[in-house]
Ligand binder design. Sequence first.
Ligand SMILES: *[C@@H]1O[C@H](CO)[C@@H](O)[C@H](O)[C@H]1NC(C)=O
Ligand SMILES: *[C@@H]1O[C@H](CO)[C@@H](O)[C@H](O)[C@H]1NC(C)=O
Ligand SMILES: *[C@@H]1O[C@H](CO)[C@@H](O)[C@H](O)[C@H]1NC(C)=O
Length: 433
Amino acid sequence: MMLVPLLPLLSLGAVLAEAGPSRLPDSTAAARLALIKHNREGLLGSRLCDDDGVANLDNLQTAVSVASSKYRAGAKRVYSRTGHKLPGFSLDAFETWSKAALPPVRALLGAVGLKEKRQQATLTNYLDGSYWGGQIAIGTPPQYFDVDFDTGSSDTWVPGEGTSGYTTFNTSASSTARNASRNFAEVYGDGSLVVGPVFQDSISVAGVTAKEAWFSPINTMGASFEGSPVDGIVGLGFESLSNMGGTPFFQTLVEQGVVPNSVFSFALGEGDEGELYLGGSDSSKYTGELVSTPVVHEGYWMVQGSAGVGGYTTSKDANMIIDTGTTLVVAPPNEAAKFFAQVRGAKAFQNGYYSYPCNISFVAELEFAGVKYTIPEKYLNLGLTAKGSNLCVAGIVGQDVGIDAWVVGDVFLRSVYSVFDAGRKTVGFATLA
Ligand SMILES: *[C@@H]1O[C@H](CO)[C@@H](O)[C@H](O)[C@H]1NC(C)=O
Ligand SMILES: *[C@@H]1O[C@H](CO)[C@@H](O)[C@H](O)[C@H]1NC(C)=O
Ligand SMILES: *[C@@H]1O[C@H](CO)[C@@H](O)[C@H](O)[C@H]1NC(C)=O
């Protein structure tokens, strides 16, 4: 099952805030939030690989479909909100694809009517395999949720009334909740639908609070969602990617001057514990120089970078979307082919994936702002192609996502410290401490 935004069902009024320079009161403090890595079953580890070390082929297929849906839908949203076409995005191609991929909207709504209120309200496969969950508090007094922080989307939502079985947000129990009297709706990759009222309330993360922050306590889910360890999502992308029609959470913190600057940073790393730092970068988590590269198209955190194998560049100055909400590194199919042509014994496997002999070593590199970063084999290797095989499946995969860009997810991001500056509009990387 996939659960990923395909298209906004309702045309929401665009509420575009002017992004002024951030003026900062002295009392601001950065916030440090511990993140825990989960897989879908709520266990630690990667569910892209089974217990016997074999890559989970169903989940691999889901992962590429999810990425494809997520980026096509996002590019459409950026286009509807700003008129800007992300590189390679074609509205005609989107319409053709979405007609083929989705049943008519009326049929979807009918299905929702039947299933409404009977579904458990967690989010499964919104992301494609790994979740870095952390706690947020919404309302007065606070109600707590474990959410995933996703730089590849821009809306915040948690389960609300009408969803059962999990933590739900009770709007009447919060004295600061304000009903915006409009709806938020998203259709997901498997045809399921999520709908909820748009609300504003206080949202706190690790002691910093955004007042009147936009979110949706969702009340309708059109498919079954079982086993997710996170309750909801906090999107950390730009406002132009938002489907809700309000300033995203982090930009709200910045506008209200509660964080010292417009920077947030991730340390994901090898273990199952990471850190999200709001309001700067945590110098105890990285060493050496932090090197930044400009965002080239706003909406996603899209920068330019190069890819290569063992010092040989296979893709130069490609668009690369930095996405904590995606597990894999997804390359345009021809770029993936050029990359794996440099890996001895590598060949196309299935669904855009490549296999390579497990006993060879090769150095996979991404380069940003002139600095090369190596992706360690432990993150790149998704497991064996089959039991007893001596071929492994690589975490760099070729897939058309509807725009001319790579998607750089956790396979890479675990190996670096990453810094997102929403004011200067840059992404920086440094070596993890
Ligand atoms: C929601 O909060 C209100 C006010 O505190 C309370 O009366 C109601 O029982 C709560 N609803 C649920 C489902 O807990
Ligand atoms: C929010 O407002 C709308 C329209 O004013 C109303 O229909 C809806 O029931 C309200 N939602 C909640 C959760 O109070
Ligand atoms: C890797 O394994 C293959 C097949 O078992 C073998 O032919 C090859 O020599 C091995 N290569 C290395 C570098 O060990």
